[in-house]
Design a protein around this ligand. Structure first.
Ligand code: MIG
Length: 690
């Protein structure tokens, strides 16, 4: 059951799609404090668990820290940070059941629909208290359910169906900030495909543009973009260009000129177009919270689509600000007035503070305005909606431009509701082992919020990766819907073919392709039935006290559990099995062993080149049959499967498949059910049952 409570005069965010009557009762745990903010307080018993909050730092159980929804371009995702790129204001307070288990019926979900700053103090100030602080104008939804899964499902119905990318977007994708021209891209394709490593897409980062201007292509680097897109298509490769939020201020640049004359940009206090600086230098921000602007900005993507582009990533849309014109002027004035012949320590630190504080400055976010279809709103009140609406602008345009086709789209910043329009990637992580764990832990939290098409920069974005880190990260990345290797300019090159054990990389990436029928089926079923593709182990085993504490294993789809290795030099790891399962160890699609392990704690070996996962009892999964030299998804016949599984009595598997590009999704009553019986399924792998 969902109850809706309205405080003050909330802004319409479009986070939810269901019309719910507001509750006649008051939300008894809510109080309004002196400053007009709404505070919800809950006592937590020792074993209560808190799930959710989407893209955030720290563990699956969020208890013990506070998290602030305030979309921020911060490339160091360390444990002391309170905000990353998004506002995902949904959590579940999982009430402790008997022993240390988690009880379904007493647990509940809270969604705070407030696009300004919201603080979730999950037992940081007081270990036994959960305190949520929101602005005075907001809507709060409280969800009761039978189980953790049920609470999520109700929430997901409330916020609407998740985005579905084209099927090719489930293939392996390569990116790097630093591919400068056609030849750089050609080489990436040639080296992957030439080495027998499947590859589906190459990303174009900011350097494809002419001086970082959105919807332009640099003619020296890409002299005939349209035919280059075609040349890549002929090899099965999709090019995915980046689009940034800021529009460069430059005379005669059509997007800028149209934006000014059409009155499409955010305004400052004086009603002038607000000036900030990002990659292109000085920019204006399209006011994507305005429907007219959304239509205009979205339509700009058409120019690239006409040249054959069918995927985009939206960046810098917190929106990130390197500096604002106004603040920079003020800081420069102050610097000039400083007596730098005689800087004492206080003034020196003040100097570094004001210079360092130029970027993403809260004061700047309070100094520009949106026109939300007739209502003037100061940006900070709706800050977390910017990335959502930039992405919505694009998605709504795709519906007009190519209504029957799926287009790949994902964003850096997001708010709940954006999951209907696109996916997200988890931003600028680092090539650190701890960030691999963070990525594992973010996945189920994101799925709770409806964000299913997601993944992290595999290998790590910032810092130099290492061969073993990339290998382990790929072994986890096999399971993330977005499987993209991406790195920052200036870091060590990290395409799979750059390392000595190319064969292992080839094998690992081929395992992903072998598992595609499963990954795609499970993704689509999760979307079409409002379920989670990645789940904390406790969601499937709430009555298991050990399962409730598991922080580094995930349920993936209906049949399997994964326990990725995420530490340096490990030759394996401890795994907790909440029931008897079949352990599958693969060093390649062709080379696998299976062993039934009983419920309990195990030390499981996993050599650097091995993927290990666990199949639940009476569950199976389809594996595609891959020929040598498969280059892209389209090289795989999707009519013939092998079945891998643990059949003690009978197992049924619902296989979903479709053409992968159109929006004709197969209705539930036509999903294909495959039954396997023990008598016919003798070993853990069956060949060629189609
Ligand atoms: O300020 O476009 O998160 O993926 O490579 C950096 C360059 C801007 C941030 C994105 C990253 C991308 C980078 N961008």
């Amino acid at each position: 059951m969902i109850r809706k409570y309205v405080f003050g005069q909330p802004i319409v965010t479009n986070a939810v799609v269901m019309d719910i009557m507001k509750s006649a009762q008051k939300l008894s745990e809510a109080v309004t404090d002196e400053s007009g903010k709404i505070k919800l307080s809950y006592h937590m018993s020792e074993n209560d668990v808190v799930y959710g909050l989407g893209e955030q730092v720290r563990g699956i159980n969020k208890r013990g820290f506070s998290y602030i929804s305030n979309a921020t371009d911060d490339p160091r995702h360390t444990e002391d940070k309170h905000s990353l790129y998004a506002g995902h204001n949904f959590l579940i307070l999982g009430r402790a059941g008997e022993g240390e288990t988690v009880e379904g019926e007493k647990s509940f979900g809270i969604f705070v629909d407030d696009p300004g700053e919201v603080i979730f103090d999950v037992g940081e100030t007081k270990y036994d208290e959960l305190v949520i602080t929101a602005g005075g104008d907001c809507v709060i939804y409280k969800i009761d359910g039978e189980s953790l899964k049920d609470i999520v499902k109700q929430f997901r119905k409330l916020i609407g169906q998740s985005y579905i990318p084209p099927k090719w977007a489930f293939g392996y994708q390569q990116s790097r900030w630093g591919y400068m021209n056609e030849d750089d891209v050609r080489e990436v394709v040639k080296k992957h495909h030439g080495q027998g490593i499947p590859l589906e897409a190459v990303y174009l980062d900011i350097d494809y543009m002419e001086r970082y201007k959105d919807f332009t292509v640099d003619e020296e680097r890409f002299p005939d973009f349209c035919s280059f897109v075609g040349e890549m298509k002929d090899q099965g490769i999709h090019l995915v260009p980046i689009i940034d939020a800021g529009v460069k201020i430059e005379k005669d640049y059509p997007v800028y000129e149209e934006g000014v004359t059409g009155n499409y940009f955010c305004k400052d206090e004086d009603g002038k177009d607000f000036v900030a600086a990002v990659w292109p230098g000085k920019v204006h921000f399209p006011d994507v919270l305005n429907s007219r602007t959304r239509e205009w900005f979205g339509q700009k993507y058409e120019w690239l689509m006409e040249q054959g582009i069918d995927g985009f990533w939206n960046d810098m849309n917190e929106p990130a600000i390197f500096y604002s014109e106004k603040n920079l002027n003020a800081v420069m004035e102050e610097l000039k007035s400083m007596d730098y012949d005689n800087l004492d320590l206080n003034s020196f630190f003040h100097l570094t503070d004001i210079v360092g504080g130029l970027s993403n400055n809260p004061q700047d976010y309070r100094s520009f305005y949106h026109d939300m279809d007739g209502v003037k709103v100061r940006h900070d009140k709706v800050h977390n909606l910017y990335g959502f609406n930039m992405t919505r602008a694009a998605a709504e345009a795709f519906d007009r431009i190519a209504p029957d086709k799926r287009t790949l789209l994902f964003s850096r910043s997001s708010y709940i509701g954006m999951h209907r329009y696109g996916g997200i990637w988890t931003g600028d992580n680092h090539s650190w082992w701890g960030q691999l764990l963070l990525s594992i832990q973010q996945m189920p939290s994101l799925n709770m919020c409806g964000i299913l098409y997601t993944g992290s920069d595999i290998g790590g974005f910032g810092s130099d990766t290492t061969e073993d880190l990339l290998m382990r990260w790929l072994e986890f990345g096999i399971f993330t819907p977005l499987m993209r290797n991406h790195a920052a300019l200036g870091t060590r090159i990290q395409e799979a073919y750059q390392f000595s054990h190319i064969e292992d990389f080839r094998n690992i990436i081929r395992i992903r392709y072998g598992m595609l029928p499963y990954i795609y089926s499970e993704y689509m079923k999760a979307v079409l039935s409002d379920e989670m593709y990645f789940r904390p182990v406790a969601f499937d085993y709430p009555e298991d006290a050990h399962a409730v504490r598991v922080e580094d294993q995930l349920m993936v789809g209906e049949s399997i559990m994964i326990a990725p290795v995420y530490t340096q030099n490990a030759k394996g790891r401890y795994v907790y099995l909440p029931e008897e399962m079949l352990m599958v160890r693969m060093s390649s699609l062709e080379n696998k062993t299976c062993e039934v392990l009983e419920k309990g704690h195990h030390y499981v070996d996993a050599a650097l080149n091995e993927v290990v996962f666990f199949v639940k009892k009476n569950h199976v999964l389809p594996l595609a049959v891959l020929e040598d030299g498969v280059k892209t998804i389209s090289d795989i016949a999707d009519s013939e499967y092998k079945w891998l599984g643990f059949v003690e009595d009978t197992a049924e598997y619902v296989l979903y498949n479709d053409d992968g590009v159109s929006k004709k999704y197969v209705p539930e009553n036509e999903w294909r059910t495959v039954s396997l019986r023990k008598e016919t399924f003798c070993s853990c792998i069956e060949d060629g049952i189609s």
